[in-house]
Design a protein around this ligand. Structure first.
Ligand code: NDP
Length: 246
């Protein structure tokens, strides 16, 4: 495929973890990819380098998704590099666990700002700018269904992401754009592993009937399906990619 005819995907928060796996997978599927990050420039460059080495095309774009102006600039950068945007994957997210009684304002504000406002900022831009036939995939979490203690604020942001998914799918009637969410279960990344003992990790890994942690590539495969030709009839849905934990 020539560069001019390549479809273009923005993957937010793709300097590591699930986002990096999604960016690499979509590049392998033939998309030109925008590797977004907030602070981890070197890691984002490494992901872009890996994609280029495998014969794909990628640029990096620094933007804190909670900053609406920065998100607009990221879309501008994607359009000037690749001519347009076809796919948005809203992957950037943070998790700060605490019982509601103990949670501080900063934990609340940061998760709302990045997980919810960040998703809103990119969805608004995508709703205005995505090319006909495009796809949006939002990262929710199986915690929106599991609702475990200490996950209250995080689960609330992901429930909100699922609500935005359903509403936007309807608002885009007539544009041939789909909006779906993928809701992973426990997946072996920094976000999940940080601050957990090996015993807790082992316990959580055994909860799904498939008895292992998800890998970022497991989640990337679900996103690839929804962003690719076989996912075209799926719209307004939440796909739980979690080994059956819920
Ligand atoms: P990681 O912490 O490993 O990676 C998060 C990524 O998001 C990094 O690239 C980080 O880059 C970026 N990021 C964080 N804040 C911002 C911001 N404000 N603007 C732009 N980018 C940002 O997380 P995961 O890969 O585990 O998680 C990815 C998504 O999957 C999240 O939405 C998460 O909620 C969801 N998820 C994860 C699960 C898991 O078990 N891992 C389970 C269910 C859902 P930088 O360092 O540059 O900020």
């Amino acid at each position: 495929m020539s560069n001019a005819s390549k479809k273009v995907a923005i993957v937010t928060g793709s300097s590591r973890g699930i986002g990096a796996a999604i960016a690499e997978r979509l590049a392998g599927d033939g998309f030109a990819v925008v590797i977004n990050y907030a602070g981890s420039a070197a890691e984002a460059e490494a992901v872009a380098g890996k994609i280029a080495q495998a014969g794909g095309r990628a640029i990096t774009a620094q933007a804190d998704v909670s900053d609406a102006a920065a998100v607009t600039h990221m879309f501008d950068a994607a359009e000037s590099a690749f001519g347009g945007v076809d796919v948005l994957v809203n992957n950037a997210g943070v998790m700060r666990l605490a019982a509601i009684a103990d949670a501080d304002d900063a934990a609340f504000d940061s998760q709302i700002a990045i997980n919810l406002k960040g998703t809103f900022n990119t969805l608004r831009e995508a709703a205005r700018r995505l090319r006909h036939g495009g796809r949006i995939v939002n990262l929710s979490s199986s915690q929106a269904g599991l609702l475990s203690p200490t996950y209250g604020i995080y689960a609330a942001t992901k429930a909100a992401v699922e609500a935005l998914t359903h509403v936007l799918a309807k608002e885009l009637r007539g544009r041939n754009l789909t909006v779906n969410a993928v809701a992973p279960g426990p997946t072996a990344t920094k976000l999940f592993l940080d601050g957990k003992t090996p015993e807790v990790i082992d316990h959580l890994a055994k909860l799904p009937p498939l008895e292992r942690l998800g890998q970022p590539t497991d989640v990337a495969a679900a996103v690839s399906f929804l962003a690719g030709p076989d996912g075209g009839w799926i719209n307004g849905q939440v796909l739980r990619a979690n080994g059956g934990i819920i």
